[in-house]
Design a protein. Structure first.
Length: 256
């Protein structure tokens, strides 16, 4: 009998048969793992297996190639923390959906696990009005893309080598371009917000505008590398975009 025990982040569940669910979790040493969870359709256990919850998991199987089964003990219900904070709940659900969809199964990556846990803990600790956590989420997405093989260079211009007037990011290379270099190609380039190293644009509006641009940037590269079929782009991530876009609209209309 094969078995492992670890603390995990719960990612997703889908019904399978009358009495169970196929579930997905992320662990530090085992990576993303799928398995069968008996009784997952019951009300009590459904509350246990919510996206973003911290669980102590036991996985076991007779053979390594089999799906295996899970048992869980609740460590912390992160999803219930944010029930009255829709933007934080959307962010938590987005993180879990992206991990569930793009990570290969059973390939350990402790860096991704640690970065995800660190962000979720930040999400729990800061006030909703402190926008630093949203900036941290954009950085988490870009970091995830980097961990999976694509390298960004956001600290200096790819053409001049200087760190002045950084304004754009190339959609092909992921490298930064200074304003004068990229000005004539502006429509083909992505904006580099201040919190990611941009030092040309003066984007304020309580920072919501630059967060909107940051989400556009990371969204572009997520779609480029992992979601070429835009119909597969995670719905929770789209919901997060919608919430931020509405907040930006309120700021621009002077109603906030």
């Amino acid at each position: 009998m094969l078995k492992w025990r670890e603390d995990v982040v719960f990612l997703s569940a889908r019904p399978y048969g009358e009495k169970g669910q196929i579930v997905s979790v992320l662990s530090k040493n085992s990576g993303k793992y799928n398995g069968w969870f008996y009784g997952g359709n019951s009300f009590a256990k459904k509350n246990l297996i919510q996206q973003g919850n911290y669980l102590h998991a036991t996985w076991k199987s007779r053979l390594s190639e089999q799906l295996g089964s899970f048992n869980f003990e609740l460590i912390r219900s992160n999803s219930s923390y944010f029930i009255n904070e829709p933007i934080k709940l959307a962010c938590l659900n987005s993180l879990c959906a992206i991990l569930d969809k793009i990570l290969p199964e059973r390939e350990p990556n402790s860096n991704i696990y640690i970065a995800s846990i660190t962000f979720i803990n930040l999400l729990s600790d800061v006030d909703e009005t402190n926008l630093e956590w949203l900036k941290a989420y954009v950085k988490w997405e870009l970091g995830l893309i980097s961990f999976l093989g694509f390298s960004f260079e956001l600290k200096k211009c790819a053409v001049t080598g200087l760190d002045k007037n950084l304004a754009y990011v190339s959609p092909k290379s992921g490298k930064t371009v200074a304003y004068k270099v990229g000005e004539k190609y502006e429509k083909k380039l992505l904006l580099l917000p201040k919190f990611l190293g941009g030092n040309f644009w003066d984007i304020n509006n309580t920072n919501f505008s630059e967060i909107e641009e940051g989400l556009k940037l990371s969204s572009f590269f997520l779609k480029k590398f992992f979601f070429e079929d835009k119909n597969n782009f995670p719905k929770p991530r789209e919901r997060l975009n919608d919430i931020v876009n509405k907040l930006v609209g309120k700021v621009r209309n002077g109603s906030q």
